[in-house]
Design a protein around this ligand. Sequence first.
Ligand code: TXA
Ligand code: MG
Length: 352
Amino acid sequence: MTKLLHIDKNMDVPVSEAAGIIKDGGLVAFPTETVYGLGANALDAEAVQSIFTAKGRPPDNPLIVHIAEKSQVSEIAEVPVAAIPLMDTFWPGPLTLVMRKKENIPPVVTAGLDTVAVRMPAHPAALALIRAAGVPVAAPSANRSGRPSPTTAAHVLEDMDGLIPCILDGGSCRVGIESTVLDVSRHPYAILRPGDVTARMIEDVLGEAVELPEVFVSAEENGPVRSPGLKHTHYAPHAPMTVVTGTEGRIAAYIQRETGRGRKEGRTIGVLAAAETASRYQNARVLSLGSRTDPREMARNLFSALRRMDEWRVDAIYAEGIVPKGEGLAFMNRILRAAGFRTVDTDEEENP
Ligand code: TXA
Ligand code: MG
């Protein structure tokens, strides 16, 4: 049985119970501003190994190490000078930096790489937990491998009940998708995973351009894989999912055709829509993720919507695409990966 520890105004009691488990080599799920993490003492190889077991995570996919003070970073990584202004600007917050690792980080954390990913989360309970544990905390997202990342304690329980001793319940995550991962271990710096901190925000601080991942193709087709996590299946809902791109009108027309066809064939179609177009779909299970003008809102609601589609046992899912730039890049990256890169570009279709 997994125990839920609620965080209220005085979080000392639940946090010190959870920190005790980490000190003893156990696992604790905890809230961050992005998604829930599944944490263990990053300096304890055996404890970290049990994260991989609980998640069913491939051993070649390295973990992010979470710290509670900026000064902790130099204990575990070689910090390039250029990264300091990034930490000063974005920490605590949803930016993970990949740097050369120091000796004390066991190979199981980094999947044998000579770099380590580090982040200081912007969540009071996460920071209190790391401080109380007194060690850096290795934590991937707290989902079973391949499932959408959890943005509530209930999502963690769905995936992890019975597999971990406890979950710190801090309510819903404010950002709702995982942190931006930026590799500063070699030049040119590269965003390995887009997130709430955009390329533009990073470039404004660095004063130089960073490389961006190509969102419409899978990591394997994208050349040599610089981030091992990118090559694994992610977020996949049970039903086949398709991302539909193009102009708003054409996207809606295409999905309307598919929902109409589904109805005739007796299949249940799920639609992940923007608020502006959600009311156009009948005969379907429609979830509005938020306004097209606010990609951050759409991102925040995405993972719980994917879980809802599974609960509804829909037979197929269509997701409306948005412009894959700026704030929209992270959202598009996640829905494309959830869809296994299955896309329809309605601007290229003949006779729409
Ligand atoms: O927001 C987040 O980042 C959440 C919360 C819990 O902090 N964590 C998270 O962890 O999303 P995870 O394990 O689901 O994703 C970690 C990503 C993976 O894509 C992994 O491949 C990449 O970071 N990563 C970790 N260490 C790396 C390294 N040394 N080099 C390149 N990529 C690395
Ligand atoms: Mg994950």
